[in-house]
Design a binder for this molecule. Structure first.
Ligand SMILES: [Zn+2]
Length: 353
């Protein structure tokens, strides 16, 4: 706008354009933009007022009144429209309350079994197909079933290794699932095959591989001519199926496990069972500390004293027994390096299984 060309027609033009833009504004943001453009100090009308002073005196008064009139009308029009648009927003909100059958539904979260439960079922199913029965034993045990019957007399140093949590009245929380062997044999005569999965407790400090509460799977087979070779065949078959299902790369034959001499009071001879590393298939990696083998369970031939204490004649029957940490098997199978994740209750972790 040139100051020497200011005329009534200029004002008229501003008025028409501004009201057109107010009408066209479809939402509050657009409307606020129009208000800024025309009504701000630096806006179109503001610039017009600044130029009024350059006009001849008689012109200045008349044009000033006319411009003020336009400013008032425009302000009113903007306010009115703002109120209308505000109402429109409210109306839209009201419409959202209506049920829209075309919207996708909200899927309710469905719970599922804990990975330990899933694994326990898988393990008992595998042994079940090999003729093993499933037994649940007690979590609170007497010292007799926990130790004495298992050939660990009161003065035996092996008792200390269990870090047992004792209760009142000579009871304790079982530190292993082995007492179940004795209880089962007391009421069942051989031949027998059982699996005892269950929770165990020890006075362990919590770290990446220890919890004071953990799970074991106990196995026992007693028959006339049971030998360590039978054990190796059964456990080899178990690992073949257990890891074959989800890993593909493991144990095609029993050479994928090896037995190392060890000591447990309730077995003689005793051995540690190593599994060829499921991660590197024996080449050596960080998971197996470069050895190619992973320690997975303790086992052995049932000690004659244990059979005797359970009411089974050791001159007629022989058996093998083993105890594996379910937590450990889960960590190997799922490649989890921290046991605490299984007990944390974090759904982001648990929902992966
Ligand atoms: Zn490895």
């Amino acid at each position: 706008m040139k100051k020497d060309a200011m005329q009534d027609s200029d004002l008229e033009k501003i008025k028409n354009e501004a009201s057109q833009e107010v009408d066209n504004a479809g939402n509050q943001a657009e409307l606020l933009f129009v208000r800024k453009k025309y009504l701000d100090k630096d806006g179109v009308l503001g610039e017009f007022f600044k130029l009024l002073g350059k006009l001849p005196k008689e012109e200045r008064g008349r044009m000033g009144v006319a411009a003020n009139e336009i400013k008032k009308e425009l302000t009113a029009a903007v306010e009115k429209k703002l109120a209308e648009l505000g109402k429109t927003v409210v109306d839209n909100k009201g419409k959202r309350d209506f049920f829209d059958p075309t919207l996708p539904g909200i899927c309710p979260k469905v719970g599922h079994l804990h990975p330990f439960t899933l694994l326990e079922r898988e393990i008992t199913e595998i042994f079940g197909t090999m003729g093993f029965e499933i037994m649940e034993s007690r979590e609170i045990e007497t010292e007799w079933y926990n130790f004495d019957a298992l050939n660990i007399p009161a003065d035996h140093p092996a008792r200390d290794a269990f870090d047992t949590l004792f209760l009142e009245g000579g009871l304790c929380l079982r530190p292993h699932t082995s007492p179940g062997q004795v209880r089962y044999m007391e009421s069942h005569q051989p031949p027998l095959r059982i699996i005892i999965p269950g929770r165990c407790f020890r006075r362990d400090a919590v770290d990446a591989s220890h919890m004071p509460n953990f799970y074991q799977v106990e196995g026992l087979m007693v028959d006339k001519d049971v030998s360590a070779a039978n054990f190796k065949a059964v456990i080899g078959e178990f690992f073949k199926r257990f890891f074959h299902r989800s890993e593909g790369a493991v144990a095609e034959n029993t050479d994928n496990i090896r037995l190392r001499p060890s000591f447990f009071p309730f077995t003689e001879p005793s051995f540690e069972v190593d599994l060829r590393c499921v991660n590197c298939a024996g080449k050596g990696c960080s998971a197996c500390k470069g050895t190619g083998w992973m320690e997975v369970m303790g086992a052995g031939m049932v000690h004659p004293n244990v059979l005797k204490n359970s009411g089974v004649n050791p001159d007629l029957w022989r058996g093998f027994a083993f105890g594996a940490g379910l937590d450990r098997l889960a960590m190997i199978k799922y490649k989890i390096n921290d046991i605490r994740l299984f007990y944390g209750g974090d759904q982001r972790f648990l929902n992966q299984f």
